[in-house]
Every structure is written in C-alpha cells, then in structure tokens.
Design a protein around this ligand. Structure first.
Ligand code: EPZ
Length: 416
C-alpha cells in the first residue's frame, strides 16, 4: 500500500546523513541541457522528482547513467521531442526545461507543469518575462509552446521574488546575447548552487545571493562535474522529528549556514542546536516557548517548506503560537489531518493559530502534498498510539527512504 504505519512515542537518537537537495538538483539537471557533452552531477538524491526529471531529459534525447548518487547526463543527442505528459505534470520543476531548451534549441512545446497543490502556482511571470527576451509564446488549454531565434539579454524589474522565475531566467540568460539583469532575484541557497554550477561551466553570473543578478551572455558552456549541496529542508524535517520526540540526533552534512532562520526558531523553542563543520547536533525536546508569530518568506526569512513540520512541533510544545504563511495561499492543508490527531489549530486567512496542548494521538491521516506529508509523519512519531499516513508517494517526491532513515534513529515505523 502507498502508506506508512507509525507506532508513536519513541525518542530519536543517533546520526542520519542528509541527502542532496531536491530543489538544487532539479534545476541543475535542467541546466545540463545548456551544455553539449557529459556533465557529472554528484549527490543527486534518489527521489521520485529526480527520477521524473531524468525521464524528461531522456525523452529529449539525453543519455543518463546513474551510479549511486552520481548522475551522468550526456546531452549530445538533444533534440526537440515530445516530453512525457505524466512527468511534466507531476512536478513544478518541469518548467525549468523551458528556459534551458529555448536557449539551446530555440523551441519548446509542453503541457503545463504540475507540482504540489499548495496554491494556484501560475506560470504567468515565467512566460511574461521570457517574452521580454524575444520569446514568442502561444498558450492552449492544456499546454503551451514557445520559440525564439536568439534570446536577448534585458533588464528585469520583477513584480515579486520568485524562485522558479529567477532560475528560468538564469537558464535563459547565460547563453543570451548581451547582458541580463534580474531584480529582485531570489537568494535561496538552491539558486546560489545553480549559479555555482553555471559559472563552473563557463557562465558569467555576478551577484549570487544578493538579490540582483547580472548575467553576461557567453557563446557556450563546457561540461563539468558538480556536487549538489545537502538538503536544508530534509535536515529541518529530521530536526523537527527530534524536537517533537525528544532525544538527540546528529544531522550529518546538514548545511547550517543555509538554515539560520530555522535554527534560530528551534533554539527559541528550547532545543539545543550545535553546529559543526560536518553537520548539526540537535537535542530535544523543544517546549520552552514559541516564537511570537512565525512568518514564512523568501530566503533568508523562514522557509515556507519548513512551515508544516514546525506547525507540528508547535502543536506538541505545550504553548500557543501563530504561523503566518506569506508565500503560498493553500499551505495549511495538513490542519484537518492534525485535528484528527487531537491538535487544536484554527485558521483565519493566512494565519494558523496553534494551541499547543502538548499531546497528539494516533490516527489515519492523508498526505496531500510533499512537506505536509512529511510533517504528518513527524506528528505520528510524537503521537501516542498508532498512525497511518496515506499517500506516501507525495513524500517520496522529496525524501530518500524516510522510513529507513527514521527507523535507524529508533522510530517504530514501517511501510504499510
Ligand atoms: C520553489 O517553488 C520550490 N520548488 C518550492 O518548494 C518552494 O516552496 C518555493 O520555491 C518557495 O521557496 C522548487 O524549487 C522545485 P515561487 P516555486 O515561484 O519556484 C507565485 C517543495 O516542497 N508565482 O518562488 O514554484 C507563486 O504562486 C516545493 O520542495 C506566480 O504568481 O515558487 C507563489 O505564490 C514546494 N506566477 C509565489 O509566486 C509565476 O509565474 C512564489 O513562488 C510564478 C510564481
């Protein structure tokens, strides 16, 4: 069955190695399309979204060889082909192929991208911005096509910060004619990783992490070997699991430098957090107090992807608090499921009011998206009794074998 059974109550102890980042590896895999030859991407997580991205690249004529966490992408056979609609539709990152394919072969036709249903998630700003670079687009009910003779560098003053738009414009701009300026650019560590990858391959991107990216177009890029950084959201999820259950876990390889807002929140809630060069040691529980109002936002603010695991941590803390979700309008989808487990949470507009009464009980609950699904597992680990989390496939999109990782830390958890 597509589910996980958890017998709650065990403290977590030990060490877990943090996988490579989903949201860094997906745009980097898309970026290999810009380079003729074979790129080697190390530390690629073994998750279903990466599998779908590999499948999309293969459908475009690339040859992919996976050897453990090393993925080799040979783009010599790249051509414009139909991409499998199920892989395009399952994840948001398929939109990354747009900028890369326009830059490399000047023409794309695809279905609309999918991804977690956490808000409307339109692609209007992607298409509108690319049109400014000389792209002609045509939208149909189920998909769209786009073409360009040669992309033209331009100055963007975007109406808001978008991770995906910043990535797509980077991919379009590195081989474009002239200079492109992206402002405000997203500063997320995953975007910085994409800049590092592209610059290593010969791109000329300035301003990484600054909110203003300046890209000088170059004629071509050359194949490179690149290591994907560790996944800060996966690290944060295991951190919440430790805080909710008590115990002490070393998150090996966790990128402390990219997790400041999350670590600050964990410390404020009473967890002991020690950062070392090779990871983070977290010791729970986290039940001293809650941050006044936890507000999500663009990096370096508190990440929306960590909102659900922290909601669970608050719900078992014994204190009351609030979360204001400022990025996606539909990211409280776990609340009805947490209510089934005995949580006391109400929602008004984009704010969740959490009365952390300290205890949850086991229940059958349903994951409806990736991070919310992982957060339900965290809740079940802390709950008294047995829980079943249905729809494990959402969680598999972003977490390498979460059952095995948690079992190795002492959780009583199994596939169901
Ligand atoms: C990326 O999504 C991540 N996905 C998300 O992670 C993450 O939650 C999000 O950035 C914010 O950090 C990947 O990297 C694959 P946005 P993205 O464009 O690029 C609106 C996870 O769980 N918008 O920064 O889709 C949009 O609706 C996932 O790993 C438009 O209106 O995020 C949202 O409200 C979930 N029009 C806001 O901008 C557009 O054309 C920010 O979204 C594009 C976006």
């Amino acid at each position: 069955m597509d589910a996980v059974r958890i017998y709650g109550g065990n403290c977590l102890h030990g060490q877990t190695a943090i996988q490579g980042s989903k949201n860094a590896s997906l745009p980097i895999l898309a970026a290999t399309l810009l380079i003729n030859g074979t790129c080697e991407i190390e530390n690629c997580p073994d998750i279903s979204d990466v599998y779908h991205m590999q499948r999309l690249l293969e459908s475009l004529g690339c040859k992919i060889i996976r050897d453990g966490s090393l993925v080799r992408v040979n783009t010599e056979g790249l051509s414009e082909c139909d991409m499998p609609a199920d892989s395009v539709g399952v994840m948001r990152s398929s939109i990354m192929l747009l900028g890369a394919l326009l830059a490399r072969i000047g023409s794309v036709s695809m279905e609309y991208p999918g991804g977690c249903v956490i808000g409307a998630r339109p692609i209007d700003l992607h298409l509108q911005s690319l049109r400014k670079m000389g792209v002609v687009t045509e939208q149909q009910e189920r998909g769209f096509s786009a073409r360009a003779v040669r992309l033209q560098g331009t100055v963007f003053r975007l109406p808001f910060v978008s991770v995906g738009v910043t990535e797509n414009l980077l991919l379009a701009a590195v081989l474009a004619e002239g200079v492109t300026v992206i402002e405000p650019a997203a500063k997320e560590p995953e975007i910085q990783a994409l800049c590092d990858f592209l610059n290593l391959a010969g791109a000329r991107i300035e301003g990484k992490g600054s909110g203003r990216l300046i890209i000088h177009g170059v004629e071509k890029l050359t194949p490179v070997r690149f290591r994907v950084p560790a996944d800060r959201i996966v690290a944060g999820t295991y951190m919440c699991a430790c805080m909710c259950t008590g115990g002490s876990v070393f998150l090996k390889g966790a990128p402390a430098q990219d997790m400041e807002s999350v670590l600050a929140c964990a410390r404020e809630m009473g967890a002991a957090v020690e950062c070392a060069a090779d990871g983070i040691l977290v010791t729970g529980p986290a039940c001293e107090r809650l941050p006044g109002v936890l507000k999500t936002g663009c990096y370096p603010a508190f990440p929306t992807d960590m909102q659900s695991p922290f909601m669970v941590t608050m719900a078992v803390s014994g204190h009351s608090g609030q979360i204001e979700e400022k990025v996606f309008e539909n990211r409280f989808r776990i609340v009805p499921e947490l209510l089934k487990m005995g949580a006391d949470i109400s929602i008004r507009g984009n704010t969740a009011y959490i009365s952390g009464q300290g205890k949850l009980h086991g229940a059958i609950v349903q994951a409806e998206e990736l991070r919310g699904g992982a957060a339900l597992i965290v809740a079940a680990l802390a709950a008294e009794g047995t829980s079943i989390v249905i729809n494990r496939h959402y969680i598999d999109r972003g977490y390498e074998d979460i059952v095995l990782h948690l079992r190795n830390l002492g959780a009583d958890i199994e596939h169901a």
